[in-house]
Structures are given as structure tokens and as C-alpha cells.
Design a protein around this ligand. Structure first.
Ligand SMILES: [Fe+2]
Ligand SMILES: [Fe+2]
Length: 252
């Protein structure tokens, strides 16, 4: 690139930044209580922010890439979710292990909870997000992989992860409610799907191995019922959750 065209590119980028900054200046961006709970004790009265003269943001956050009007699952992967190397590598492993397409899809989707929405109880959030659009076996596997990862199963060669000992301490126990959910899942007709998801859920993944979502677009096309109106706009039981990921700072 010639110095003149490099300068033109830089100038354009600066103009875009300036326009975004001006746009931002018009709006008060108020974080949801969940974003700050823990840093702030919301049970106590909070000093009021000075929002005078500012509009409340009621749509797209100009700091984020703009989503299409009818966003697809792929758009959420590309424009909202964090790097998905772990999920893609898990899906590729499931494929290599000869798992069904539904299970491969479950691997593709299994961590969208912590990756793009809410970390705590990530399997439950992810399952709720996808439930209207996938087979119930996929939803079950996504929801219960979170639970089953805490419980060994010799039959499937699944051991309690070493990484959990490092991350949570050697005496950690996920709680009596998780024991109950595990007991429930074990007797369920889709137990194997959820267990196979934990078996293919890579503990140690190699960030240098690139697996693109492209590898799985056919499987997504066959097993994820993309709504015509776009995710977030089809009035499904989880549409509002997709809208929140699309517009995370919308005031109301
Ligand atoms: Fe997970
Ligand atoms: Fe995972």
C-alpha cells in the first residue's frame, strides 16, 4: 500500500471512530444489574447517575458490530460470541469419534451460555436459548453437560477433570441440587447424548488449531431451525434472550 493510500485508510478509520464517539455521546448507557452485581451491592441504595440531557439507548450499541435485521445463528457466532475454538474443536472431535450429527451440533452449541451470555449455569442458559430451534435430545445434552462434567462415569471412560481440581480446589462439590440433577439425568432416555457431549468436551484445547464454523454450517442447516424473522424476532420462548445478546445495553 502506498503511503498516500495508507494515510487515507487511517483517516477513514479515525472518522469512523469519531462518528461512533459522537453517537455514543448522545446516549446514556446504563448497565444491567447483573453486569455489576458483586462489584456493587444492589440491595443497597445507589448514587444516581447523571443522565440529564442524554437519550437512553434503546437499540443497537454503537460500540458493537451491527447485527443484520434478521440475524441467524451464524451471525451470533460471528458478531456476538467470543472465540469459539473450544466448541469447534469439541465438535470436530465428536465428528472424528463417529458421533451423530445431532451430537456434533450439541458440541457446536454447548458453551454459548458462558461464551456469549451468562457464565453461571451456562449449560442451562445455552439450552434455553436453543430449545425452540433444535431437537429435544440436543437441548438435553447442552443443558446437562454442565452437570455431568462434575460426575465420573467409568462406562464411558469419563473421569472428573483434572482442570476442575486446579480451578475449583480439591474439595469442591457443586452442591446438593447438582447431585439431584445428576441422578435425574442418569435415568433419562437422553443420558447418553449428554454424557457423550462431556466425553467430547475438550478439557485442554489447542488455541493454535483453527476449526472454522464453516465446517459445521451444513449440520447447522439440517438441525437448527433458523426462524424466518431472525433470532430474537420470532416470538419464541427464548427470542427475548437472543435480543438481549443482540442489544445488551438496551435501557428497557
Ligand atoms: Fe460447558
Ligand atoms: Fe465445553
Amino acid at each position: 500500500m502506498s503511503p498516500a493510500s495508507a494515510a487515507a485508510v487511517l483517516e477513514k478509520a479515525e472518522a469512523v471512530d469519531l462518528a461512533a464517539a459522537r453517537e455514543m455521546d448522545r446516549y446514556a448507557i446504563v448497565k444491567s444489574a447483573l453486569y455489576t452485581s458483586g462489584e456493587i451491592d444492589h440491595s443497597q441504595p445507589q448514587p444516581r447517575d447523571d443522565l440529564k440531557g442524554k437519550l437512553r439507548l434503546m437499540g443497537h450499541d454503537p460500540r458493537l458490530p451491527k447485527m443484520p435485521d434478521k440475524p441467524t445463528l451464524i451471525d451470533f457466532f460471528r458478531l456476538r460470541f467470543g472465540p469459539c475454538v473450544h466448541m469447534m474443536q469439541s465438535a470436530r472431535l465428536a465428528q472424528k469419534n463417529g458421533c451423530s450429527e445431532k451430537l456434533i451440533l450439541a458440541c457446536v452449541l454447548h458453551d454459548i451460555g458462558n461464551n456469549g451470555f451468562i457464565r453461571a449455569d451456562h449449560g442451562y442458559w445455552a439450552a434455553q436459548l436453543v430449545e425452540p430451534y433444535v431437537d429435544e435430545e440436543v437441548t438435553f445434552a447442552v443443558r446437562y453437560h454442565q452437570v455431568l462434567r462434575f460426575y465420573a462415569d467409568d462406562k464411558y471412560g469419563y473421569e472428573y477433570p483434572e482442570s476442575y481440581v486446579r480451578m475449583f480446589g480439591k474439595d469442591f462439590h457443586p452442591g446438593a441440587h447438582m447431585d439431584r440433577y445428576h441422578d435425574y439425568a442418569k435415568k433419562h432416555k437422553y443420558y447418553e447424548a449428554a454424557r457423550l457431549l462431556t466425553v467430547n468436551d475438550l478439557y485442554a484445547f489447542d488455541p493454535s488449531v483453527q476449526v472454522d464454523l464453516e465446517e459445521f454450517t451444513d449440520i447447522i442447516g439440517r438441525h437448527f431451525r433458523q426462524p424466518e424473522e431472525g433470532l430474537g424476532f420470532d416470538n419464541s420462548p427464548s427470542a427475548h434472550m437472543w435480543r438481549t445478546i443482540n442489544w445488551p445495553t438496551r435501557y428497557l
